[in-house]
Design a protein. Sequence first.
Length: 139
Amino acid sequence: MLTGEYYHNIDAKGRMIFPSKLRDELGEHFYVTRWMDDCLSVFSQSEWDTICERIRQVPFSKSRDIQRYLFANATDVVPDKQGRILIPQNLRDSAHLTKDVTVIGVMNHAEIWDSERWREKSTSIDADLFDEKMQELDL
């Protein structure tokens, strides 16, 4: 289960230290891709395989735009000995990542956010909205 909020920086070459706790959960090799809300999503190999299988089950005529968006913008990463990963320029641009980033655990995946954008998003989820959504899920 991926949880927590971690603050890091991206260097001029597009490298960032990926949180060790999340690396332990994701494994030695994982995938980074564009995601909803203009952030990047990080999936373990097994979660990536699950996504691929679910998309394969949908006719191409209905899933082609999702396939193009998801897979054209995906990269597989292996952290180096310092725990850094390289985020390609196109992914940094799409998520507005410049220097300060926040990595959050989101159950079965992680997300990489520009820190300011994450502060805005997280403060927009107030207690009343949270309560309402929890009730909708019957939790």
